[in-house]
Write a protein that binds this ligand. Structure first.
Ligand SMILES: [Zn+2]
Length: 649
């Protein structure tokens, strides 16, 4: 358990922009900051951060909340875990009571797997540097390859002892459960037999974007034809290799700063670049490049240079990568290294500035790259030439931006010596076909979402038909709770009593005994009631930071830009900024509209009851209902008139 005062210190320290910037590149837009949403796939930013309110909100997928909610969502943590994560970031010490056996078991499996991985990383790292075997075999190999101590430390490289289960035993002795060792793939288990997966390998920990270890790559050193040179952790709850890039944690700051990302093939390529002083580099290790990996880069920059070996396999790999990168709206350049060089050896042969210069001078945009590559062998053969053109046009067609497309077409026309019009025709054909495919897909999707949203809407109206009005009331309370709006009569004419928005609204609701169908809304109203006389109560801050996800989500939704100002005032032409100045008009109106809707709903119900009762012939009951009806009708008429509506008969 974390005590309340520590929670408050954490929340105070965790400035929203600072927290979100760890993961999302934000650009200033007015008083807010804007970026690409990390929770859904988008190409134009709809993810907003409001430093003043301390909240984030995505207008694409609807996710929103404070810094704690952001970390919960982004790192897939529970509320206390997210608080711990932030406490660590801001060096706030947490006083906790001793964990019981039960607590330990309850800890989220994901968290346990990360803790096991953290232990393994430290164990392997220490083993490499301190133990005889680690030094003579692992460390000397790294030294032979010219990898410096600072790089070994920075990437936390390690060595797994060569034996059957030396590591697994050590971990179990430290109290780590065999289940999590197995689930992270560090240990292989069969019936009565366990073994270290990575025995005798140099270990490369793989960090997630936040810097936590989620998997490993291990390189074998023995000359063993049967074993793969590199072995990776298997897919697990915490490691999805198609969504991870090796080095992203160490690279993210420089990728943003330099607005450029180099993409190489392997672990050692990344290390060599760092060693040469270039840090904006990642590797799509262990897999062919995936769209998720590109999106990961795109959060930091749209500019990617693929640097691959000059051999046939390297060329093929870059060709496969390119269309994928283009499709995500990324500007891609390619650098093929001179034959016989790989990024690793190449980086080690130069200084940082030489390397940067070389890349700048020799990277080519993809179209030139592909054209030159394919042109060489097919120049004279008209059939292959036609195929080449259509192949390149296919790549250009996937580029989302029309201007970039036309630049490429121009260039391609020169290189291939084909008239631009011919190329445009080719592209149009491809796009048309894609459009048709897309339309068909869209229609299918629309039908699906329509069905789904109809269901949701139906549920919502059944659950709470007054949601709109009630949310509007909550919004007003969140924003203007303590503001004084009315003077009321008191015994002492020299000391008038001032009524706050909160006192007025809650007084009105309570006089008529109005409650909501939604538990969350009632909970919020209760909290407001408790704080009616509390001058220090800051509702926005209180609710946004509320540990109940439902309440903090509702508060941050209500305070987010799109909902901030009441629509009716925008419509009627009033200045939207003026809400605070017209509270004495606005607040009673909102309350009365709510009451009117409630009364109308009650009238409908009574009508129904009267109809039902008529068939039973219970006249006394009918009279009673009719009386109720007439009284409510009067109330409705009064409210309508107050609101300036034409009276309804
Ligand atoms: Zn989103």
């Amino acid at each position: 358990m974390i005590d309340q005062s520590t929670i408050e210190r954490i929340i105070d320290a965790a400035e929203i922009t600072d927290v979100v910037s760890e993961f999302v590149t934000l650009r200033r837009r007015g008083v807010n900051l804007l970026g690409l949403c990390p929770f859904h796939n988008e190409k134009t930013p709809s993810f907003t951060v409001s430093p003043a309110k301390g909240i984030f909100k995505c207008f694409g997928c609807g996710k929103g909340g404070n810094s704690v909610n952001f970390i919960m969502e982004h790192e897939q943590l529970t509320y206390p875990e997210a608080l711990r994560w932030l406490a660590k970031k801001y060096h706030i010490e947490i006083e906790e009571k001793e964990e019981t056996e039960e607590d330990k078991q309850l800890k989220d499996a994901r968290e346990s797997m990360m803790i096991v991985s953290e232990f393994a990383k430290n164990y392997f790292h220490r083993y490499l540097l301190k133990e005889n075997e680690g030094r003579t075999i692992g460390l000397s190999y790294l030294k032979e390859r010219g990898i410096r101590d600072d790089i070994i430390k920075k990437f936390e490289l390690g060595f797994c002892p060569d034996g059957k289960d030396i590591f697994t035993q050590a971990a179990q002795q430290e109290g780590y459960k065999i289940d999590f060792l197995e689930q992270t793939g560090l240990t292989v288990r069969r019936d009565n037999w366990v073994a270290d997966r990575f025995a005798g390998r140099v270990m490369f920990p793989i960090h997630n974007i936040a810097g936590r270890v989620i998997a490993f790559g291990g390189r074998i050193l023995k000359d063993d034809k049967k074993s793969a040179k590199y072995l990776n952790s298997p897919e697990s709850e915490i490691y999805h290799k198609s969504r991870v890039l090796y080095g992203i944690f160490q690279a993210k700051r420089d990728i943003t700063r330099l607005d450029k990302c180099y993409l190489v093939e392997g672990y050692t390529d990344v290390l060599s670049f760092h060693q040469a002083g270039i840090e904006n580099v990642v590797a799509s290790s262990g897999t062919a490049l995936t769209p998720d990996q590109i999106r990961l880069i795109r959060r930091f920059t749209p500019n990617v240079t693929i640097i691959y070996d000059g051999d046939a396999a390297g060329i093929k790999a870059s060709l496969r990568g390119i269309d994928l990168v283009l499709e995500e709206g990324v500007n891609v350049k390619v650098l093929l290294l001179p034959n016989g060089e790989d990024p690793d050896s190449f980086a080690r042969s130069m200084s940082a500035s030489q390397l940067t210069e070389y890349i700048k001078a020799n990277e080519t945009d993809f179209i030139r790259f592909k054209t030159q590559l394919l042109l060489g062998s097919t120049e004279s053969d008209p059939v292959s030439r036609a195929r080449l053109i259509s192949d390149i046009m296919q790549s250009i067609a996937v580029i989302p931006d029309a201007i970039t497309r036309s630049v490429y077409i121009k260039e391609c026309s020169k290189l291939l010596d084909v008239h631009e019009n011919v190329l445009y025709t080719e592209i149009r054909k491809i796009l048309q076909k894609e459009n048709e495919d897309q339309q068909r897909k869209d229609i299918r999707e629309q039908i699906k979402t329509k069905q789904a949203s109809a269901l949701v809407a139906e549920k919502a109206t059944i659950a709470n038909p007054f949601e709109i009005e009630e949310r509007e009331i909550l919004r007003i309370l969140l924003k203007h709770f303590g503001r004084e709006i009315f003077e009321v009569e008191s015994d002492d004419p020299n000391e008038p009593v001032l009524l706050t928005v909160g006192q007025y609204v809650l007084g009105e609701l309570d006089t008529d005994g109005l409650t909501s169908n939604s538990d969350d809304i009632n909970r919020m109203l209760d909290i407001f009631r408790e704080n009616c006389e509390n001058k220090d109560f800051e509702p926005a801050r209180f609710f946004i930071n509320h540990p109940e996800a439902g309440l903090s989500k509702m508060a941050s939704d209500l305070l987010s830009e799109k909902y901030v100002e009441s629509k009716r005032w925008v419509k009627s032409g009033a200045f939207v900024e003026a809400e605070a100045d017209i509270l004495d008009l606005l607040v009673p109106r909102i309350v009365q509209e709510y009451k009117l809707r409630k009364v109308k709903a009650m009238l409908k119900q009574i009508e129904k009851k009267i109809q039902q009762t008529s068939t039973d012939g219970d006249f006394a009951r009918i009279m009673e209902l009719q009386n109720q009806y007439i009284n409510l009708k009067k109330v409705a008429k009064y409210l309508s008139e107050q609101l300036g509506f034409r009276a309804i008969n």
